[in-house]
Design a protein around this ligand. Sequence first.
Ligand SMILES: O=C(O)CCC(=O)C(=O)O
Ligand SMILES: [Fe+2]
Length: 318
Amino acid sequence: MPSITQDHLIQYENDGFVIVENFLDTDEDIQPVIDEYTQVLDQLANQLYADRKISNVYANLPFGERLTKVYAESGEVYSQYFDFSLPQNGVDADTPFWAGPAVFHMLRHQKLLDAAESFVGNEIYSNPVQHIRIKPPEHALPQTGDNRVIQTPWHQDNGVLLSEADDGNILTVWLPLTNATIEQGCLQVLPGSHKSGLMHHCYQDNGLAIHNFDEKDALSIPMQAGDVLFMHQLTCHNSLPNVSNAVRISFDLRYQAIGEPTGRPVFPGFVARSKKDPESELHDAAIWERLWRDTRDKLAKEENPTFNRWNVTDPVCA
Ligand SMILES: O=C(O)CCC(=O)C(=O)O
Ligand SMILES: [Fe+2]
C-alpha cells in the first residue's frame, strides 16, 4: 500500500498540507541523525572551550541541554554550524555548515521519497533550500539581535525563492526530530491559503514575512518525532516561540520534479530518484558534502547573489 493515501492527497489539495503520524521510526530513522549532530556539537563545544568562550565542554549533558548551555554561556547562537545549507549573505571560505552522511541518508530516505512521489512524480530532485532548525528555549537564548532562531514569521516557502520557481511544484517536507508541541514552538498553518497565490513579503528582523498577515484562522499543528508534514509551496505558515524548557529540532526538506527551477540556482541540489536515468541518482554522501563545499568556496570569492524577489526598501513594507 502506498504510504500516501487518496485521503491524504485530498486533504493536501483542500488544505495545502497533510500530516502523516508515526511515519518515521524514532530509533531507526531519527536517532542516527541526532547521534551525528551530537558529534558536531562536541566539536563546537571543544572549539569554544579552546577559544575560552565557554568554561566547560558539558560532555555529559544530552544534546539539547548541552547546546542550550553552549549558546547561553558563549553568548552566541551557532545555527549555521549545524545547517546543511549556506547563509544568504556573508559566505566566506570558513563559513561552517554540516552536510554529513546521516543527514544525507535522511534526505534520501526511501519512505520519504516514496511519499514525495505522490506529490511531485517519480523523477525526484532534492531541492537545495532545506534546513535543520534547532530552537532552544527562548528564555535561555542569548540576545544577539538575530531573532530567526526564536520564531519563523508568517511566510510562504515560494516567497523566499526567486520567481523562477513560481510555476513549479516544490514540496516541503517538515519533520520534527524531537517533539514539537505548542510550547516547544510547533508550526502554525493557514488551511487553504495555498489557493490564493503568492502574497507580498517584507523583511523583518527574523526573516521574510508576509505583509499585513491576518492570522485569525491559523491552526497550530503540534507534532511528535516521527510524524511528517507535507506542505504546498504556497501554504502560509510560521512557527511559535519555544516557551518550554526543551529544545525543538526539525528538518525542512524539499523535493520537486527533476529539471524544474529550484528557485535558488546558486545552491546545489541532486537527483534523489530517477527511474528514467538511475545512473544520475546521487548515492554518495561525500559527493553531496563536496558540492556544498565547492559552492561555499565559489560564493566566498563573489558578490552575494540575489536570493529572492523582494526589495528591502519597498514602500509597501514601510
Ligand atoms: O521550523 C520552523 O520553525 C519553520 C520552518 C519553515 O518555515 C519551513 O519548513 O518551511
Ligand atoms: Fe517555511
